[in-house]
Every structure is written in structure tokens, then in C-alpha cells.
Write a protein that binds this ligand. Structure first.
Ligand code: E4P
Length: 218
């Protein structure tokens, strides 16, 4: 399973990249705003800075909600850097824009997906990635993980090439369950990725090894 980091914070991206397990980055307008980035040129420069840190795909989301606006913005984003993937909202115009970009060979990520039907539409429109939001479903007492398994089953039934990019991942168990179900990718915060490292028996065992190694007078 590929690991993407869901942030626009350059330090977090650098830290995940340095760990050697990072395959890409997802951003959204809220994450960009959180970094205090304002103005079109600064935003484009920030995407470039992210592309210079990682080797994989970087999702950059359009702000427009109409087809013409999404096409205009998406073409500009795609031309910015070969790693950029155009992120589009799961609305009618977003599906139309997805079809437009996929027919031109421009990679897309359809976001804000909360149902299997929406994921089916994204696949039919030729999306490169579909982003079902696990954590936000869990937030409203709905099993986000069940949605990932439904999408896996549907895509496998018909051999859709759209990759399941499980999003809104909040913690380690989301990551582990995504991997068990067969999600192609998960995107989550640095804290969830680093959380996978933790086990008290690892720490206790290493402490003992370090102490015993001293006895060997190396
Ligand atoms: C997906 O691409 C989104 O950026 C993201 O995963 C949303 O996560 P959140 O629900 O934690 O905001």
C-alpha cells in the first residue's frame, strides 16, 4: 500500500520523506489555508516546493465549482509540474471535468467521496484516484472502513483502474485496516504514519540490547 501524507506543511513532508516511506502528498484548500499561504502565485510556488521534496504524485485541488472554472484551473495546475494531480470535487461538474481531463491523459483525484455510488461514477469518468473520506464518515457514526471494502469489491468486479486513495485517515488502525482491505493508497497526517513505529516491547527490547552491548566492550 502506498503512503501519502495529507498536509501542506513542508516540515512534515520533509520528515515523512526522510523516513523513506513516502509515496506522495495530498492537499486541500483547508490544509493550504492552515499554512497561511495566500495569493495565487504563492500557492503555485508552494505546490512546486512540495514537488521538490517528494518524488510521487501531489494532489492540488481546484477552487472552482463549475466545469469551465475547474478545467481552467486544472489545466494550469497540471502544467505547473509533472507530479501534480488535479483534485476535483465529487459533484456533477467535477465528474464532467474528470472525464475531460482523463480523455486528455491528465491525472485526477476525485475528492469528497462518501458513498460507493460516487466512487463508481469517479471510476467511470476515468479518475486516476478516488478519495473516500474515512474519518469524516466515522465522525457521523457511519463505518468509513465499510465504504473502502465496498469500493474495493466494485472496482475488482469490473477491473476499474482507478486507485482507491483512502483519505481522512486519522490514526494507525485506519492505516492497518486500509491495508487489510486492499486500499491502494492511504493519505493521513504525519502523526498517524509515525504512530505505526510505536510498540513498548520494541523500546524495552532495544534498551536491554543497548545495555548488554556495553558488556561486550566493543
Ligand atoms: C483528502 O484528500 C483530504 O485532504 C483529507 O484526507 C481530509 O481529511 P480530514 O477529514 O482529516 O480533514
Amino acid at each position: 500500500m502506498k503512503f501519502f501524507i495529507d498536509t501542506a506543511n513542508l516540515q512534515d513532508i520533509e520528515e515523512a520523506q526522510a523516513l523513506g516511506v513516502l509515496d506522495g502528498v495530498t492537499t486541500n484548500p483547508s490544509l493550504m489555508a492552515k499554512e497561511g499561504i495566500t495569493g495565487k502565485q504563492n500557492i503555485l510556488n508552494h505546490y512546486l516546493a512540495i514537488c521538490n521534496i517528494v518524488e510521487g504524485d501531489v494532489s492540488a485541488e481546484v477552487i472552482s465549482t463549475d466545469f469551465e472554472g475547474m478545467v481552467r484551473e486544472g489545466e494550469e495546475l497540471a502544467a505547473l509540474h509533472p507530479q501534480i494531480v488535479v483534485k476535483l470535487p465529487m459533484i456533477g461538474d467535477g465528474v464532467k471535468a474528470c472525464k475531460y481531463f482523463s480523455s486528455k491523459g491528465i491525472r485526477t483525484n476525485v475528492t469528497l467521496v462518501f458513498s460507493a455510488g460516487q466512487a463508481l461514477l469517479a471510476a467511470k469518468a476515468g479518475a486516476t484516484y478516488v478519495s473516500p473520506f474515512l474519518g469524516r464518515l466515522d465522525d457521523v457514526s457511519t463505518d468509513g472502513m465499510h465504504l473502502i471494502s465496498e469500493i474495493r469489491e466494485i472496482y475488482d468486479n469490473y477491473g476499474y483502474q482507478t486507485q482507491i486513495l483512502s483519505a481522512s485517515v486519522r490514526h494507525t488502525m485506519h492505516i492497518i485496516n486500509c491495508a487489510k482491505i486492499g486500499s491502494d493508497i492511504m493519505t493521513g497526517p504525519l502523526s498517524a504514519i509515525k504512530g505505526l513505529l510505536k510498540h513498548p516491547l520494541t523500546d524495552i527490547g532495544l534498551k536491554q540490547f543497548v545495555e548488554d552491548a556495553k558488556k561486550m566492550n566493543l
